[in-house]
Design a binder for this molecule. Structure first.
Ligand code: ATR
Length: 282
């Protein structure tokens, strides 16, 4: 029986066990996927010893993604570029790390908007400059979106992101101060919220979507609630919206495939299961 985990601190709210548990059952695989709470001081030891504890691999979440990237024996180019690892496995006696957030976000956009959506987008506005913003910028660079604008409350963090990623693709990548948000919105065919604004208990991300171009897409990575105030405002304005749950579901695919040997599908049933859990119905 193959065992996998998700490690974080705190970890009890992670939905990953529900996702992987659903797939294990669906594909009739004898395996397990469990939450493990590991404090930062103990993470290095956990990383080195998970194979001895009988695990084939697992996911890494807050606050260990950067430590995992530094601590693995080998990392993929993607993980190296982002400085963060969210998926671990063992190969030829070595501990490997990858970052599947990029694939997760892009797969969800493709599913939601249809292949080729990027051809209609000249400028994307990324709000926020944390780890999630880095993954999303990397994904949009790979698709060759001509112009990427990163806006953040703390401008130096957006500038640092731009310095780290600007040579990684053909897109022009620019950091903007928060005060430029309206000018940026007026040109952006895709707007992505990567901040925690809009999450339950947080103030909303209040954008003047009246100035967005018609046909723009608004995406949020927040998924509690699923319909954030930003997405509700975008719908009211007649814009297309992409919610945050798909990224969570799709980022789980490569890890499951590696640990359990089957590439799983993100189905409406899986989505409904997680939505029911988020809404406290299961
Ligand atoms: P993650 O790695 O999940 O992206 P993070 O590194 O903590 O998380 O980044 C959170 C992002 O949300 C940051 O861009 C942060 O802005 P700052 O760099 O200025 O802190 C943004 N954020 C969080 N609360 C915010 C708020 N009240 N207003 C504006 N931005 C906020």
């Amino acid at each position: 029986m193959k065992k996998a985990f998700v490690v974080g601190h705190p970890i009890k709210h992670s939905r990953s066990p529900l996702i992987h548990g659903h797939w294990l059952k669906q594909y009739g695989i004898e395996g397990s996927y469990e939450r493990i709470d590991v404090a930062p001081a103990d993470f290095g030891e956990f990383l080195k010893t998970f194979p001895e504890r009988g695990f084939v691999g697992g996911n890494v979440t807050i606050p260990h993604k950067e430590a995992a990237c530094l601590g693995v024996d080998r990392r993929t180019k993607r993980a190296e570029r982002l400085g963060a690892v969210n998926t671990l496995w063992r190969e030829d006696g070595l501990i490997w790390g990858d970052n599947t957030d990029v694939l997760g976000f892009m797969a969800h956009l493709d599913r939601s908007l249809g292949q080729g959506w990027e051809e209609a987008v000249d400028t994307a506005l990324i709000v926020g400059a944390g780890g999630a913003a880095r993954a999303i910028v990397a994904g949009l660079q790979d698709r060759g979106i001509p112009r990427l604008l990163v806006i953040n409350r703390t401008l130096p963090k957006a500038e640092e992101l731009v310095r780290d990623l600007r040579d990684d693709g053909p897109s022009s990548l620019q950091a903007l101060p928060w005060g430029d948000i309206d000018a940026a919105l007026a040109t952006a065919g895709l707007v992505v919220n990567t901040t925690s604004l809009g999450m339950a208990g947080q103030p909303p991300l209040d954008l003047d979507l009246g100035i967005s171009p018609d046909g723009a897409v608004v995406a949020d990575i927040v998924y509690v609630p699923l319909r954030t105030p930003l997405l509700a405002a975008a719908e009211a304005r007649g814009l297309r919206t992409v919610d945050g749950l798909g990224m969570l579901l799709h980022q789980a695919v490569p890890g499951f495939a590696r640990w359990f040997g089957v590439t799983p599908e993100v189905t409406p049933e899986l989505r409904a299961l997680i939505v029911a859990d988020l809404e406290g119905r299961s």
